[in-house]
Design a protein. Sequence first.
Length: 123
Amino acid sequence: MPSDEPETQGAHLELLSLIEQHPEYSQRRLAQAMGISLGKAHYLLKALFDKGLVKAGNFRRSDSKLSYLYALTPAGVRHRMQLTQSFLRRKEQEFELLRAEIDRLRTALGQQAAGSRSPDTVS
């Protein structure tokens, strides 16, 4: 799984943040919270496990079923911070590009409005 792709980085960041906030969530609940399929959540979670960023421990739920409690490893916490910094830099760059485009459009509209107000013919 190429983790340097922005889409994958975003999904990993979201999953790491969810696990940190809700370690009791099941894979199904993580998938629902992220708005993705259970299969995709499993795929993302497995990649985080394989990299040593997340670990799981067993616990008993109130209905006597065995479940997992997910936790970020120290490496997972560091990785989440790196992803957050990268994500923020990328969004700030996108914001600056959008701001420049908005300024260009406003200038173009202003010039068009000024041109349409000037009289073409004198009555």
